[in-house]
Design a protein around this ligand. Structure first.
Ligand SMILES: Nc1ncnc2c1ncn2[C@@H]1O[C@H](COP(=O)(O)OP(=O)(O)OP(=O)(O)O)[C@@H](O)[C@H]1O
Ligand SMILES: [Mg+2]
Length: 298
């Protein structure tokens, strides 16, 4: 089968996407697939480069990659592609809408407000939530534009910074607890990873520097494990996820808070999904085989 690996793109996560793409290209089984790298630099060049493919492996992250637009193009021109469909991708890219759905489904998520204009902020709501707070772009990724703030002055600067990356941002209650991530493959929860960043939260450098964070497979106690699985399945159904996705969570006092769902999780050498799959018994090439196989099921 001929497989194009679409990588690069136009989002702030372009560099990460190129690493994801490189890793996928290296690990796709060349006995099974004819692999064609498809680096893209603008949305306009996409259709011409993909229209003849038998399968598109999407190695993009963020805007125009993870947000449903690429998926809509591929679906419209009849090219099968890896991972979640249009609706799931669009919903999960938008943290505010995702959080509203978490709340509707009874899934805990940190308290939050959204801001579009730095001059129109109700600071009384923010003071009620209390410091520290996390400020992040609504449709971001890789912690780009995300900061932790401890005071109103820092908050104002944080809002300005996050607004560089998105026209809508989120100000969120900071949850101090154990950060975990839950990888799901075709509806099955893979081994859970606990994340201990070396910095004050899981920021860009702790995600991509070789020793930026301690990430290890953990065995949660029975009740908690059940809770995490239950939440993961609920997310899988509610958001119409398919093939693979990664859910970021924080556990505090036995309560599980969901931060967000990634429909195109990083697949670099350092990434969490391949680590979890390896603990499940799938090496990188086998994981890619499974992703392709599950993506081709109607
Ligand atoms: N409410 C919060 N409380 C505590 N830490 C948080 C909170 N929100 C975000 N963080 C920290 O910031 C990191 C990035 O946040 P989040 O996962 O929401 O955004 P992202 O940039 O989309 O991530 P990804 O790279 O997984 O796509 C988290 O992994 C966590 O370390
Ligand atoms: Mg995350």
């Amino acid at each position: 089968m001929q497989i194009g690996v679409i990588m690069g793109g136009i989002s702030a996560e372009k560099e990460v996407s190129l690493l994801t793409g490189k890793q996928i290209i290296e690990n796709l089984d060349k006995d099974k697939y004819e692999v064609i790298p498809i680096p893209i630099n603008s949305q306009y060049e996409l259709i011409d480069s993909v229209k003849c493919l038998q399968f598109a492996f999407i190695a993009l992250h963020g805007k125009f990659g993870e947000d449903g637009r690429i998926q809509a193009i591929l679906e419209s021109i009849g090219v099968p592609f890896s991972g979640c469909g249009v609706l799931a991708s669009a919903l999960c890219m938008n943290k505010n809408i995702s959080k509203k759905l978490f709340v509707t489904e009874g899934i805990k998520t940190p308290q939050w407000i959204t801001v579009k204009d730095e001059n129109k902020i109700d600071y009384s709501i923010i003071e009620n939530i209390g410091y520290p707070l996390i400020v992040k772009p609504n449709s971001g990724g890789s912690s780009i534009g995300t900061i932790k703030v401890y005071s109103k002055e820092e908050l104002k600067a944080g809002i300005k910074e996050a607004l560089k990356y998105d026209d809508e941002i989120i100000i969120e209650e900071y949850i101090k607890g154990e950060e975990i991530t839950c990888c799901i493959l075709n509806g099955e929860v893979l081994p859970i990873i606990s994340i201990n960043p070396k910095s004050e939260f899981f920021n860009y450098s702790s995600k991509y520097d070789q020793d930026g964070a301690e990430e290890k497979i953990i065995e949660l106690p029975g009740r908690l494990r059940e809770k995490v699985e239950e939440i993961s399945f609920k997310c899988w159904d509610t958001f119409k996820l398919k093939v693979y996705a990664r859910i970021d969570m924080i556990i505090k006092n036995e309560e599980v808070y969901v931060l967000e769902i990634n429909t195109l999780p990083g697949m670099t050498e350092n990434s969490l999904f391949p680590k979890s799959a390896a603990a499940y018994g799938l090496n990188f090439s086998q994981l890619l085989d499974k992703i392709i196989q599950y993506s081709l099921i109607e």
